[in-house]
Every structure is written in C-alpha cells, then in structure tokens.
Design a protein around this ligand. Structure first.
Ligand code: AVI
Length: 320
C-alpha cells in the first residue's frame, strides 16, 4: 500500500510560470542579456539535471555522496537522533537517504521548485521508509521560507546538498544563509554541500560533458520559454558555452547566438548580434575557509567540515 505524503502550499502551482514570463522579458531587455537558472528545473530540466549528475565529468554528486556516506553517523550524532530533517531543493532526494538511514528522524520535509518532481520523489521516500512522516512543499527557496508547524520545533536539521548555494551570487548566498539563520531555532543545524575551487580543466570538463547533457540542460531553458510563453525562440539557433571565470571564482554558463537573429516573446522583439550571449547561470566555487567566513557573516557557527581526499567538494555542518 502506498504511504501518504503531506503536501503543503499547493495553492500556487502557476506561480513559477508567471515569474518565468516577467524574468525572461526583463532579462532579454538588459545588456548583457541574462536568464535565471531557477527556471532550468521544469520536469525535463530536472530529469536532465539528474543525468548530469551521472556524467563521468560531473564530480560533485558522487563526491558529495561519498562524503555523506562516510560522515552520516557522525552527522547523526551531532544533529541528535530526534532531529526533523528539512531538505532544500530536494530534487531526486537520493543523498538524503544516507541521512535518513543514519538518523532515523521522525519526519522529513522536502522543498523543491519543481512540483511534479517533488511529488514523485517524496512518494518514493514514503514508500521506502514506512516509519517516516513525509511532507512536501513546492516553494522557491531563493525567497523567504516558512516552516510548517512541527518543523520549527527543537533541533531541526536543514539539508542543502549539491552546492546549490553556488548558484547564488555571494551577496545572495549571504542573504539566503541569513534567512535560514532566522528560520532555524537556536541550535538548529544546517548541513550544506559546497563545491571547491580547483583546476580549471576539471571544472570546465564538469560543465562541458562529452555526452552533451549539460548543453541540453542549458538549451532546455529556451525550449521552456518557447513552450510556456508565446515565443518563436528556436533553441537550435543557440549554442552552449561554459567556462571558469577565475577572477569571480565561478563557472559561467551562456547560450551564444552564432548568427544575428531576432527573437519574439509575446509582442516584444529582441535582437541578438552575431556571437552575443544570454548568460544563464553562475556556479560559484569556494575554499573551505571562504565558505566558513560567509556562513559566519550570517551568524552560523562552523561545527564540522568534511572533504574528499582530492579536496574536490566539501560538506559543512553549521549551527545556529
Ligand atoms: C544545481 N547546481 C548546483 C548545479 C551546478 O553545478 O551549479 C547546476 C548545474 N549546472 C550545470 N550543471 C549543473
């Protein structure tokens, strides 16, 4: 018998689409043109992201999983076995299984922007862990969050894996961490995955996989604009471009228009010059020290930090 998932805030299923429209019109009207990476994650985009995570060049997922597998019991001891687990940007909710098995929390709340994906992944968790009280909330975690009743009590552990913090600018990341700091009660924990600065070749390969999955993921943003907005934009007339900007310590993803073209979105026309870029994503890379500093400015105390032997990736346990 399938187990129940408690859904919170289903009342705004159209909200992300409404903001896709405004954000796209604003971003295409700006010089340089930009789009928000949060709109990568429709159902197709979330599936492509899962495929990226399995590419041999994309080290973050398997490295973070290995760190979590070896640290899970220590994490459970620090968090306390009674902690409620709140996962931000839960996606396919695979890494959290390592924590669920080590911690045996009473309840789990998955928060994700992709409602369909959230529905499937939390249903699988409810089936696989019948003892777990599973909750789901479709929300944009770049906006201020509220925890449903029961999750705001003693010792919640917020889990923000995958280095999604890297998709915020450092200023946005500081604001996000401050929001989380306000949301958590005293001694509440934040377990967060953070990708580390490393060799340019390793970084650039991770965002330019041979199979072309990251390119398809990037281009899917244009598919989505074409599908969900009234637009004649043709993804085949753009190419994926990703590189490490060392000065800013970030991978930048762009979609380049190799030829001059005009694109219509609703009644507005936007011109692309030959070679012009639409900047779609930044993925900031930190050192363990620079990330601890950032977390410190938001009021968090660093309790523990784990890395893999090659120091590709880090997982930080922070406490309010
Ligand atoms: C979700 N986020 C942490 C990924 C990253 O590495 O910045 C998104 C991604 N973009 C391209 N590949 C993966």
């Amino acid at each position: 018998m399938p187990h129940t998932v408690h859904f919170h805030d289903e009342q705004h299923p159209t909200l992300p689409c409404a903001s896709l429209r405004q954000t796209t019109l604003d971003g295409f009207a700006t010089d340089p043109k930009w789009a928000s990476p949060k709109f990568f994650y429709d159902r197709r985009g979330s599936e492509l992201f899962e495929q990226i995570c399995q590419q041999p060049e994309y080290y973050p997922t398997r490295t973070e999983e290995a760190i979590l597998a070896s640290a899970a019991h220590t994490i459970a001891e620090i968090a306390g076995h009674q902690a409620n687990l709140v996962e931000l940007g839960s996606g396919a909710s695979r890494k959290v299984r390592l924590l669920l098995e080590a911690m045996h929390p009473a309840s789990y709340l998955g928060i994700d922007i992709s409602q369909d994906f959230l529905r499937d992944s939390t249903a699988r968790l409810a089936d696989d862990y019948p003892w777990l009280d599973v909750h789901a909330a479709c929300a944009d975690f770049s906006q201020p969050l509220h925890l449903p009743e029961g999750f705001d009590g003693a010792h919640p552990l917020a889990f923000f894996p995958g280095s999604s913090i890297g998709n915020f600018t450092p200023t946005e990341a500081a604001a996000f961490l401050s929001n989380l700091h306000e949301l958590l009660p005293k001694h509440g924990g934040l377990l967060i995955g953070v990708d580390l600065v490393k060799d340019r070749q390793v970084l650039e390969a991770a965002y330019n996989d041979e199979a072309g999955v990251t390119a398809a993921f990037n281009l899917n943003l244009l598919e989505r604009i074409r599908r969900e907005l009234d637009s004649d934009i043709d993804p085949k007339r753009f190419v994926h471009h990703a590189f490490f900007n060392e000065r800013e310590s970030r991978i930048e993803m762009h979609l380049i228009s190799p030829q001059a073209q005009q694109v219509r979105i609703e009644s507005q026309r936007f011109s692309f010059a030959a070679g012009e870029s639409l900047h779609t994503e930044n993925s900031y890379k930190y050192t363990t020290a620079s990330f601890c500093d950032l977390a410190g400015t938001a009021g968090f105390r660093s309790v523990a930090c784990w890395t893999d032997p090659q120091r590709l990736f880090s997982v930080h346990y922070l406490e309010r």
